[in-house]
Design a protein around this ligand. Sequence first.
Ligand code: PMP
Length: 351
Amino acid sequence: MSRPSIILDSALDAVGNTPLIRLDRIAKHEGLKCNLLGKVEYTSAGGSVKDRIAKRMVEAAEKEGKLIPGKSVVIEPTSGNTDKGYSVIITMPNKMSLEKEAALRALGAEVVRTPTEAASDSPDSHIGVAHRLERSIPGGIILDQYRNLNNPLAHELTTGPEIIDAVTSTPSTSARPSSGKVDVFVAGAGTGGTVSGVSQAVKKTHNAACTVIGVDPKGSVLALPSTLNKADDPSTYIVEGIGYDFIPVVLDRHPGVIDCWIKTGDTDAFDAVKLIMRLEGLLVGGSSGSALAGALAWLRSDAGKTVAQTPGLNVVVLLPDGIRNYIGKEWFLKMTLQAEPTPLAKIIADA
Ligand code: PMP
């Protein structure tokens, strides 16, 4: 069943090709009859779903002659990095984890922190600072994941087809029934590249009737109808990588691309992270919790309850990155090192 093992030419060849894993224990815990499947992106070389777009945006810019090795300075707001002989500057809001900054610096990037509370269109935001640096640094170029069509295209050409391939290649058996289709796809939206690109791949080439669900944190404005984005939601939230205060160009909100939006809070997300770790042994990050929490909320809703109770229907949840990006974050420490002693810890103390 596993892929043949061959020698890869570089880390770039270890981007993507991530596994689709049954979340059977969570399904059982939640009383679901459908198949709950997690697309686990932390196994990609850089540990994130974003590896795919970094690779594609850089390679496309190279083909277009926009990037010159040894000369260009790649500047990008938020995370995303690659080692192809370019200097890299990442501008990143303060709220993003120290672990991400350390990993980026280990890869040779320079990291510039910006105030989390700065509005995206302000000169002080990670986007504003990136544009200032692009203007003032010779060779500076922003590939711009918010506008670059190679972002959703990376998902339309890799993430989506991988999911379709895994679902269609797995036979339906009486023990594990399958419709043979991707019936529901759930992903959180940051730039929206993942959810938009996978939707295109699934609906255009595989199953036009697939229900695509976008997950947006409370406090962000991406969801439709916009009444879902309540004014009294907190304006900041802790989960990293999803949600914005503007609508990125690559987030395709045309009718029929994203069929439904679910809003999730930090607590929903972190509880779901704990569930995935404990029940499935998968060490996922915060936005994976948001995606799972969104999927479970939809499956419990009137819109989703028939799917939830139909054996063989395939509900795919995209899990964007791993917990190692967040080990030092307060929410994770509270869940682990600072948690109440377990019954086993009490037994150890008394032994
Ligand atoms: N989760 C994490 C941890 C991310 O960094 C991102 C990208 N910002 C996403 C989810 C959302 O992906 P996309 O930008 O494709 O919507």
